[in-house]
Structures are given as structure tokens and as C-alpha cells.
Design a protein around this ligand. Structure first.
Ligand code: FUL
Length: 486
């Protein structure tokens, strides 16, 4: 064992790696939108060349309010806008390039789409985030590393000072320059320092230290998504290598199955203190492409597909960033709007009533009075149950007081002090006093949503078979989805 640690010590050390305040606040958002919109919307492409004329950017009915209302109907808590995609066209009138909305006919060249969206978000109660593509196919200084870094910092400063609070700065690892293209060395440290200075609450995602890209764009989620992972996962070079490098229309569907385990004991065993809190975000589009294409109007993801990604991501210790591409009118297309409303309705109905709110709970053991097992039934976020330090196995039994039908159990760890649960089962009692296993799971983390066919029972028992040092639980909720839900 490296660093001279005993087994119990390295497990204990891993159990105590914990999130920053900004990571915690971001995690609680759970579900939020990506909006991909730029000249590509009008050229019907996924990657622009950088040579598009700003004259083509002319949405006829653009309404940021409609975007915000659609996100809210789906139950989302925030929105990230592609302020500049790889083609370099800026949705705000940047002072550092001519290639912006100011040169377009939209709002007679007086528009500022970043402002319209930021204002609509604030008005509607959504948090606002920015996507600024490091790869820029228009900007002449791209590849002249120092000059471009300066340019990029200027653009960042504009976005981080003129549009109120920003919850996320999303840096894409994608680059299609290829081996013979321009080679730009990004000054990540300078970018991060500026973000920390101007928006200290913002998380920096993907090519950044706060939020980890899940590794695919297909909506594929891991069975065991650890937030505590090896520090080398933060390596931007590696993230860029895994990111999109050719516009072949295939990348968004590809899944790399080799990296299914990023944080089990086997993976972290010899890493000593080289572990970090680096939670996952699952990003995918509601359609095959990231930008709007009329030809994809019939390929909007089904409610079932969206629910599967939602449960895999939000219910699997990750967040869900779902892309909604506005069309050439500047509106989210009717079919997508309907689908998002359906999704929000189903989620609201399912999680409206926690059937365990007035239940009675009992645990195998409890650390002290402050951590009574009844804490898991309350909706309060910062109270939690735990057994004594060093107890890795424990159980909690919840008595719903009456025979109750349900098909979802929500578990939440108190991740403020770390992620610990490694293996658990759920059982329900039969009237004759015996128990039936209905679910077996691995990690929980911030939130684990267990989905299973409807059962009717009075008691549900959670058994934690393995955890790191000692488990914590801040919530055990019991829910019933409506008949129509998958
Ligand atoms: C990719 C980009 O190349 C796509 O165009 C899109 O922005 C997606 C979110 O990231 O890597």
C-alpha cells in the first residue's frame, strides 16, 4: 500500500473527500438545459466553418422567455447558452471581434442574445451559465497561443461581468484541427483564475476542475457513478483526446464502455491522497444533433428515452444537462416543447408526495442523538442519520403504518462529508413477516433513485452491505409513479 497507509486508513481517507460549496450548490440543481444556437441553426450544420456571414443570423420570432418557460415546464433549474460555438460567432456584441450579432440583421444589429437569455432566466427563476468554445475557427489569432489566450480572456471577462450571476462556465474539449491544423496551447490556469476572481460561485465544467464530463454524448450512464475519483481525471489533455474531433454525425451516439468503473476500491486502492471530488454531468441532446435541423423533427427523444436518461443521471449520482436546440424562428419547436412538458408532468406527479413522510423508522444502530434515524424521513437537507464511526454495514427499516403501493425509493447521502455507500439492497415485508428483495444497488452519493415494478407493502428495509468507514443517509423517500409512467 502506498503512502504507508493501512487498508482501513485509505478507505477512511477516501470516505472523507468532500465537495466544495460551489459543487454542492451545482449538484442540487440536478437538471438543467443546454441551448445550442448560432449561425449553424441557419446553415443546417453541426460545426460551422468560421466563414459564415453574420447576415444569415436572422431569427424571426426569437423569444428567450419561451426557452425559459419550456425549461421550467420540464422541471429544469438552469440554462447554459452557447455564447460562442466552434465557428466563433458571438451571440453578444463582443468588443474584441466583428464576428458577432452586432453585424447581423437580427434586431437591426442592436441585439444582445446573451443579455436577453440571462435576463429571461433571472426573471423566470432559472440560473444562467455560459458555454464559450475554446476552439475558434474564425478568430485569426487562434493558434498564435499567447495572442489567442489574451483574446479569449477578454471574451470571458465580458461574459462574466456584464450578465449577472453565472452558475457555470462550460469548456468544451472538442477540436477538429487534426494533426496538421492550428495548434493552440490554452492557458487554462489563467482562464480559471479569471473565473474564480469574477464569478467565484461558478463551477467550471468538462475542461475544468469542478464538474466532470461523463465521457459520452449519448445519454449513457454508469451503474456506479462515483464523485470521488483519481485526481488524474482532471487532466484536460485527456478530456480533449476523448472529446469530439470530427464532425461525422456519429460522435453524439458513441459510448465508450471501457471506463465503466472510475472509483471502486480496486481503482483507488493505491492512490493515497490523489483523490478528488469530481462529480459527473450527463449531457445529451433531445434530438440527434446539438443544433436544430428540420430533418430531425421526427427524431425527438421519446418520453421513455428521456426518463431513462433522467433516472440514470439524476437518479444515479450525476446531473442531467439536456440540450434543446431552438429553430430558425428562434423558438423551441412545438414537438420538443410538448415532450418537455410531458417529462416535467411525469416527474412532478411521481415525486409530489413522499409516502414515508409520516412513517416510523428504526436502524441497526445510531451514532448519537443528533443523528437519529427519523432524520431520513424529514425533507430537511442538512440533517442525517449515521451509525458509529467504523460501522460499515447497517440497516434501516421504515414502517409506512399501512399497506402502501409504491415503485420508487429515493436515497440521498449526506455528501457534505463524503460519498460512502458501495452496495445496498431494498426489501419489502410480506404479511407473513418474511422479506422479499426488490432492488439491489451499488453507490448512492447525492441521490440514488431506485426504480422497480410496483409493490404493495407496509415495510421497506434498506440494508447497507458495504460502505467506506461509515455510511450516512439524509433521505429515504418512498413514491408511487402514475400508471402511465414507464
Ligand atoms: C461537442 C461539440 O463538438 C458539439 O458541437 C457540442 O457543442 C457538444 C456539447 O460538445 O464536443
Amino acid at each position: 500500500m502506498s503512502h504507508g497507509l493501512q487498508a482501513a486508513d485509505w478507505v477512511k481517507a477516501a470516505a472523507q473527500v468532500s465537495p466544495s460549496k460551489r459543487q454542492l450548490e451545482w449538484q442540487e440543481m440536478e437538471f438543467y438545459a443546454f441551448i445550442h444556437f448560432t449561425v449553424n441553426t441557419f446553415t443546417d450544420r453541426e460545426w460551422g466553418t468560421g466563414e459564415e456571414s453574420p447576415a444569415i443570423f436572422h431569427p424571426s420570432e426569437l423569444s428567450a422567455e419561451q426557452w425559459v418557460e419550456t425549461c421550467k415546464a420540464a422541471g429544469m433549474k438552469g440554462l447554459i447558452l452557447t455564447c460562442k460555438h466552434h465557428d466563433g460567432f458571438c451571440l453578444w456584441p463582443s468588443q474584441f471581434t466583428e464576428h458577432t450579432v452586432a453585424a447581423s440583421p437580427w434586431r437591426s444589429g442592436t441585439g444582445d442574445l446573451v443579455k436577453e437569455v440571462a435576463d429571461a432566466c433571472r426573471e423566470g427563476g432559472l440560473k444562467f451559465g455560459v458555454y464559450l468554445s475554446p476552439w475558434d475557427r474564425h478568430e485569426a489569432s487562434y493558434g498564435d497561443s499567447e495572442r489567442y489566450n489574451e483574446f479569449f480572456l477578454h471574451q470571458l471577462r465580458e461574459l462574466l461581468t456584464n450578465y449577472g450571476d453565472i452558475f457555470c462556465v462550460w469548456f468544451d474539449g472538442a477540436c477538429g484541427e487534426g494533426p496538421n491544423g492550428k495548434r493552440q496551447v490554452y492557458d487554462w490556469d489563467a482562464y480559471y483564475a479569471l473565473i474564480r476572481e469574477l464569478q467565484p460561485e461558478a463551477v467550471i465544467s468538462v475542461c475544468g476542475p469542478d464538474v466532470r464530463w461523463c465521457g459520452n454524448e449519448a445519454g449513457h450512464t454508469r451503474d456506479s457513478e462515483w464523485s470521488v475519483v483519481p485526481a488524474h481525471m482532471q487532466d484536460n489533455e485527456k478530456i480533449q483526446e476523448q472529446s469530439q474531433q470530427v464532425d461525422d454525425g456519429e460522435f453524439a451516439r458513441r459510448v465508450n464502455t471501457q471506463d465503466s468503473d472510475l472509483g471502486s476500491r480496486e481503482v483507488i486502492r493505491d492512490l493515497g491522497d490523489q483523490l478528488i471530488w469530481y462529480p459527473a454531468e450527463v449531457n445529451t441532446s433531445i434530438r440527434p444533433g446539438w443544433f436544430y435541423h428540420a430533418s430531425e423533427d421526427n427524431q425527438v427523444k421519446t418520453l421513455e428515452e428521456l426518463l431513462n436518461v433522467y433516472y440514470g443521471a439524476v437518479g444515479g449520482n450525476a446531473s442531467f444537462l439536456l440540450n434543446l436546440p431552438p429553430d430558425t424562428r428562434g423558438l423551441i419547436y412545438e414537438r420538443d416543447v410538448e415532450r418537455l412538458q410531458e417529462l416535467g408532468d411525469v416527474l412532478r406527479t411521481t415525486f409530489r408526495e413522499n409516502l414515508a413522510l409520516h412513517a416510523k423508522a428504526e436502524a441497526s444502530e445510531t451514532m448519537d442523538e443528533q443523528h437519529e434515524v427519523s432524520q431520513v424521513l424529514s425533507e430537511q437537507r442538512d440533517t442525517y442519520w449515521c451509525p458509529r464511526e467504523g460501522t460499515e454495514q447497517a440497516w434501516i427499516e421504515v414502517d409506512l403504518l399501512t399497506e402502501t403501493p409504491f415503485d420508487r425509493v429515493v436515497l440521498m447521502e449526506h455528501i457534505q462529508i463524503g460519498q460512502r455507500i458501495e452496495h445496498f439492497t431494498l426489501e419489502v415485508s410480506r404479511p407473513d413477516g418474511t422479506w422479499d428483495e426488490i432492488y439491489t444497488g451499488t453507490v448512492v452519493g447525492y441521490k440514488g433513485i431506485c426504480r422497480f415494478p410496483r409493490v404493495t407493502s407496509r415495510r421497506v428495509r434498506l440494508t447497507i452491505h458495504q460502505s467506506r468507514w461509515y455510511p450516512t443517509l439524509s433521505r429515504l423517500g418512498v413514491y408511487l409513479s402514475e400508471g402511465g409512467e414507464v
